[in-house]
Write a protein that binds this ligand. Structure first.
Ligand code: FES
Ligand code: FES
Length: 210
């Protein structure tokens, strides 16, 4: 008996009460198995992926990354964290880089999406892909598709004069310096630590040498 409340809160009483409430709320197994599954909301969505129109009907909760990987079998874009923290899923949407794991596929009606599969082919590599090979910009390669898509977009941003956190003169066009490229690539994590070689590859492309 609790002195403060006058209620019996003995250990046996609590256990007995818990068992009774479980018995009251538990759903019989047979009933749970026959209950109809809740309806999944699907909607049609059309976008262009690597120059090809794709029409899908998707659960509204499907991320762009899952649409690419699971529905279109474009597995070049990787799922590292699924939380916007690693950059392995980076793709280009209308020329801008995004984390495909943080974006719902249904938000991309009519968009032009480029994945690593659309940047170049083994016979005709994109200059950034060629530069990554030349400079050994990878080890295990898991982060590489995202790194390359991001690197392509970064050089585009610098060319368009988009400033970054380390741009000192906001009135001037940023240069493709090592500091600029490292800052802009900071959302792409490489657990193998190939950062220096990635920066070298980007410098090669920026300088028109790749
Ligand atoms: Fe998208 Fe890591 S998988 S940021
Ligand atoms: Fe292995 Fe970047 S090359 S994680």
């Amino acid at each position: 008996m609790s002195e403060a409340t006058g209620v019996d809160v003995s250990r046996r009483g609590v256990l007995a009460g818990g068992a009774a409430s479980v018995a009251l709320t538990a759903v019989p197994v047979a009933e749970a198995q026959t209950a109809p599954a809740p309806a999944v909301a699907t909607v049609p969505v059309s976008f262009e992926v690597n120059g090809q129109r794709r029409d899908l009907r998707l659960d509204t909760r499907t991320t762009l990354l899952d649409a690419l990987r699971e529905h279109l079998q474009l597995t070049g874009s990787k799922k590292g964290c699924d939380h916007g923290q690693c950059g392995a899923c980076t793709v280009l949407v209308n020329g801008e880089r995004i984390n495909a794991c943080l974006s719902l596929a249904v938000q991309h009606e009519g968009d032009k999406i480029t994945t690593i599969e659309g940047l170049g082919t083994p016979d005709k590599l994109h200059p950034m892909q060629r530069a990554f090979v030349k400079h050994d910009g990878y080890q295990c390669g898991y982060c590489t598709p995202g790194q390359i898509c991001s690197a392509v977009a970064v050089l585009g941003e610098i060319k368009r004069g988009v400033p970054s956190h380390v741009t000192t003169d906001l009135g001037a066009r940023p240069r493709a310096s090592n500091a600029e490229m490292r800052e802009r690539m900071s959302g792409n994590i490489c657990r193998c630590g190939a950062y220096s070689n990635i920066a070298d590859a980007m410098a090669d492309v920026a300088g028109g040498r790749a």
